[in-house]
Design a protein around this ligand. Structure first.
Ligand code: G16
Length: 547
């Protein structure tokens, strides 16, 4: 059955430039007439060869997810896709979408999410396109989509009633099949193939081991229940805040000590009886790992996963290499050196890991922004990280804090913190970065706050696989002893600009490992303000979020 394709006249919107991870805007912006349609049409116009192919579609269930899914289904039919695999109720976590694209050899996928940003009618919405490898489209593609949004004059759709997404099954929009799939099954099967589920199940059944997984009312609730409670036999109630809500119950589904403070407090309270805590974000790709009275920093987590790879079935054969984003601490570099494997340093954004994973150059990747993952999919993966930790805990029969402290003893500690200045006026943030960039030539070799700056530059990256180049990816100020301060503007915010200041100092001496992080970094915090004139330019006396 063919349907008549309707061409609806439209005109460009300003600002449809994808950031670090797709296009993220307020719901109010996305729900304007033609806004979503223009962007989706720009994606479809940038593709070629999609006729008759399969598209994967799903999102994190946030407010507007359901409306957007129906719009995109009609537009996919008009664009000539042969089939769409859509998660039941329009739900697919980001790593699950990646797994489904890969398993079913789909042409690509559209994921609806604004990650850890708040939801609801006043909150944020987002959309990104993933390629046939299951990973976020590269910069060349997103630049082309942006160019297309600036010249668009119409979008194409069909007239068709809304598809019932509440039941698994098949239907059609014209010639296009719509298959509503179980959002959990393919993903859970993949994770089961990577880890020692028998050992993890034995750990979870021990009376002296109790874990809590906080799904933060976001997408991972159903995934965590199915995997931890149903397949691995963790007691009912292990997963908390497990029902996804369109507004995440009013919170930020951001697994860090600020937004998951309840979990951190529970693990700090011996009366809770908890020995391990974990959380994931809006779309299920980020993770937080918490031990008794101990929050594992994401950069340390990546290093620990790499150092313990031999304990996990999927990685026991060895790692080809590891990769981290530039602002992520160099803790994993030390592990790579000890293992004799390469460590790649990429710009911020999971999309930069894709070519390294596809080429078999890296097995594990991670970022300071609470993301870790491997070559099993092409996205970072929150529950994967939790299962990896559980697998290590099951084999080593000790707690997460002990594992990290032993890691520091062996490799030294890369003391690390990120200071975020949120919702700064955009022109002030741009001025700060411009002036900092202009000062770079004088910074190298200079003294500031009693510290000697060995080098200073603006990070650029050449992809070792396809040779593509990315410039202006963050200012690095490096000291003689390996300490660093990195400055960049976030590419995921929706309000003004967010300045991120990343601080790192290497401490070899074990007697200094327990010095509180902000105290250990105090000289670098002063240096950061002095070289970037943060207070003077932004008017802010301190960071809004320190993690
Ligand atoms: C996205 C990207 C990550 C990045 C993070 C923060 O994650 O996929 O690679 O580290 O944003 O980016 P920024 O510092 O530019 O805000 P997510 O979980 O938000 O999709």
């Amino acid at each position: 059955m063919t349907m008549q394709v309707i061409s609806v006249p439209s005109a460009p919107f300003a600002g449809q430039k994808p950031g670090t991870s797709g296009l993220r805007k307020k719901v109010k912006v996305f729900s304007q007439a033609r806004y979503l349609e223009n962007f989706v049409q720009a994606i479809f116009d940038t593709l070629s060869g999609q006729q008759g192919q399969t598209l994967v579609l799903g999102g994190d269930g946030r407010y507007y997810n359901d409306v957007a899914i129906q719009t995109i289904l009609r537009m996919a039919a008009a664009a000539g896709f042969g089939r769409v695999l859509v998660g039941r109720d329009g739900i697919l976590s980001t790593p699950a979408a990646s797994a489904v694209i890969r398993k079913w050899q789909a042409f690509g996928g559209i994921i609806l999410s604004a990650s850890h940003n708040e939801g609801g009618p006043e909150g944020d919405f987002g959309i990104k396109y993933n390629l046939g490898n299951g990973g976020p489209a590269n910069e060349a593609f997103t630049d082309a989509v942006y160019r297309r949004t600036q010249e668009i004059s119409a979008y194409r759709t069909v007239e068709s009633p809304a598809v019932d997404l509440s039941r698994i099954g098949e239907s059609r929009i014209g010639a296009m099949r719509v298959s509503v799939i179980d959002p959990v099954a393919d993903y859970a099967e993949l994770l089961e193939s990577l880890f020692d589920f028998d050992r993890i199940a034995a750990l979870l059944s021990r009376p002296d081991f109790r874990m809590r997984f906080d799904a933060m009312h976001a997408v991972t609730g159903p995934y965590a229940r199915a995997i931890l409670e149903e397949r691995l036999g963790a007691p009912a109630g292990t997963v908390v805040n497990g029902i996804p809500l369109p507004d995440f119950a009013g919170g930020h589904p951001d697994p860090n000590p600020v937004w998951a403070a309840d979990l951190v407090a529970a693990l700090a309270d011996p009366a809770s009886g908890l020995s391990f805590g974990a959380a994931s974000d809006g779309d299920g790709d980020r993770n937080m790992i918490v031990g008794p009275n101990f929050v594992v920093s994401p950069s340390d987590s990546l290093a620990v996963l790499a150092a313990n790879h031999a304990l996990v079935p999927a990685y026991a054969g060895g790692l080809a290499g590891v990769a981290r984003s530039m602002p992520t601490s160099c803790a994993v570099d030390r592990v790579a050196q000890a293992l004799g494997i390469p460590c790649y340093e990429t710009p911020t954004g999971w999309k930069y890991f894709g070519s390294l994973l596809d080429a078999g150059k890296a097995t594990l990747c991670g970022e300071e922004s609470a993301g870790t993952g491997s070559n099993h999919v092409r996205e970072k993966d929150g529950l994967w990280a939790v299962l990896y930790w559980l697998n290590i805990l099951a084999v080593r029969a000790t707690s997460a804090d002990v594992i990290v402290r032993e890691h520091w003893q062996r490799f030294g500690r890369n003391v690390y913190s990120r200071h975020d200045y949120e919702a700064i006026e955009t022109d002030r943030a741009d001025r700060l970065m411009d002036e900092l960039r202009a000062r770079l030539p004088q910074l190298a070799g200079s003294e500031s706050c009693g510290l000697h700056i060995a080098a200073a530059d603006d990070f650029s990256y050449t992809d070792p696989v396809d040779g593509s180049r990315s410039e202006r990816q963050g200012v690095r100020v490096m000291l003689d002893d390996g300490s660093r301060v990195v400055f960049r503007l976030s590419g995921t915010g929706t309000e003004g600009a967010t300045l991120r200041v990343y601080l790192e100092r290497f401490v070899a001496d074990p007697s200094q490992h327990e010095v509180p992080t902000q105290e250990a970094l105090a000289p670098l915090i002063r240096l950061a303000d002095a070289v970037a004139r943060i207070q003077a330019v932004t008017g802010r006396e301190k960071a809004d979020v320190i993690s």
